[in-house]
Design a protein around this ligand. Structure first.
Ligand code: BGC
Length: 399
């Protein structure tokens, strides 16, 4: 190891001791560090003192900011307005040690130059894939920005992940991001006004409430693309995490990850997570669907427990930390992605690389390619209607 490397490592180790908010700031100037500590303390005291902190600049000079939510357990969630994005989430592990369970980057420039633009971002206008970047609505065919082979993924080349959102932080518990996606932006019809409210409750829940309105008929499918490692960012692969998904069926895909339109039972397949099962238990099994996804990259059709309100979608436990994350949602589907395209090309805020399968995503959603699949629940939004959906990630430790 060269002296330079040792210095870098020492710096990051020092940063690590400070926790995510401290970390992000301490890697800037001393003055910023002072500000950061002050903000963290004052944010906990109340609304009047809520402050945003600098998170660096984009190439075009636009400044991004960090917004921190804190609850009475000192759980901390940090967001940036670039992509309306979750940057870090510090929750206590089974020994009470604060652990950052969300993979993120150290500044806005790192997010902008990442090979994967989606880390922690709000995804839209259409989460997951639309086949061949085309769909027909009210007899008119629309051609979208294509960014995943022949398909459109997560809203197109720019999507919602590479734009600045207008942010407001009304109090220490919530942050509100708003974005106006223009008519025909990425090829989608209608001026779409989107609002996402993130709230951190004293029950250690991170709540996401989405709203959208349009002035022309369009399609909408919003989600958050947090990459989780419940043992902590950069603590190795996620194959030992135990996952339970409340779904009897899933939507099989072709080799380009477009649903075939069928619902397939999970019973007797590597897709059966109805009981808590290590993610790695069957991931290397010979199976056409696992080959198509290069691992798990599939939409689960959630079992509806009751006719109204949120469904308990999934539960995951970090095998080393004992941290449990329960997912609740109003959405009918859940994309389970086991980090198969992670290639160690990007550096996380703690200094580690985004290595193969070192994080997983559980993206609540309508089913992929719904605009072309008449049998799937509709994603059409019309003028005069309001799109509303909610998802909760709730944290606890295994008893
Ligand atoms: C998709 C993956 C994709 C990943 C990008 C997931 O939602 O299903 O195929 O590689 O997002 O981060």
């Amino acid at each position: 190891m060269t002296k330079k490397h040792t210095l870098f490592l020492l710096l990051f180790t020092a940063c690590l001791g400070l926790g995510a908010t401290g970390l992000l700031q301490s890697c800037e100037t001393k003055a910023e560090k002072g500000k950061s500590e002050h903000a963290a303390a004052t944010a906990a005291e109340g609304a009047a003192a809520v402050k945003r902190l600098p998170f660096g600049k984009l190439k075009n000079g636009t400044e991004a900011y960090l917004y921190t939510l804190t609850n009475k357990h000192n759980t901390q969630a940090t967001f940036t307005d670039y992509g309306g994005r979750l940057v870090s989430l510090q929750v206590p592990d089974k020994n009470g040690k604060m652990t950052d369970v969300v993979a993120g980057m150290s500044g806005v420039a790192a997010y902008a130059s990442n090979t994967d633009a989606y880390f922690g971002a709000t995804i839209g206008r259409y989460g997951n894939r639309i086949a061949n970047g085309k769909f027909t609505l009210d007899g008119k065919e629309y051609t979208l920005s294509v960014n995943n082979g022949a398909n459109t993924l997560h809203g197109g080349k720019k999507g919602f992940q590479k734009v600045m959102w207008e942010a407001q932080q009304p109090d220490a518990r919530s942050v509100v991001f708003q974005y106006l996606a223009k008519d025909m932006e990425e090829g989608f019809p209608g001026n779409l006004h989107v609002k996402v409210t993130y709230t951190l409750t004293d029950e250690n829940e991170l709540r996401m409430d989405y709203e959208a309105t349009t002035d022309k008929p369009t399609v909408v499918n919003l989600t958050n693309h947090a990459y989780f490692n419940l043992n902590g960012e950069g603590s190795g692969d996620i194959l030992g995490h135990r996952l339970q998904i409340n779904a009897d069926t899933y939507t099989p895909v072709d080799a380009t990850l477009i649903p075939t339109g069928k619902l397939a039972p999970v019973a007797g397949t590597p897709f059966d997570f109805r009981k808590p099962t290590p993610i790695g238990a069957s991931i290397e099994t010979e199976n056409e669907q696992l080959t198509n996804g290069k691992g798990y990259d599939h939409n689960y059709v959630l079992n509806k427990e009751k006719s109204t309100g949120m469904t308990r979608a999934a539960s995951v436990t970090g095998d080393k930390s004992g941290i449990v994350m329960d997912v609740y949602t109003l959405e009918p589907g859940l994309q389970f992605y086991s980090g198969n395209f992670m290639k160690g090309k990007n550096t996380f805020k703690g200094g580690s690389k985004d290595d193969y399968r070192t994080a997983f995503c559980l993206e609540t959603q309508h089913f992929p390619d719904s605009p072309n699949q008449p049998s799937f629940p509709s994603t059409v939004l019309k003028p005069g209607e309001t799109y509303r959906t909610s998802t909760v990630y709730k944290f606890a430790v295994q008893k």
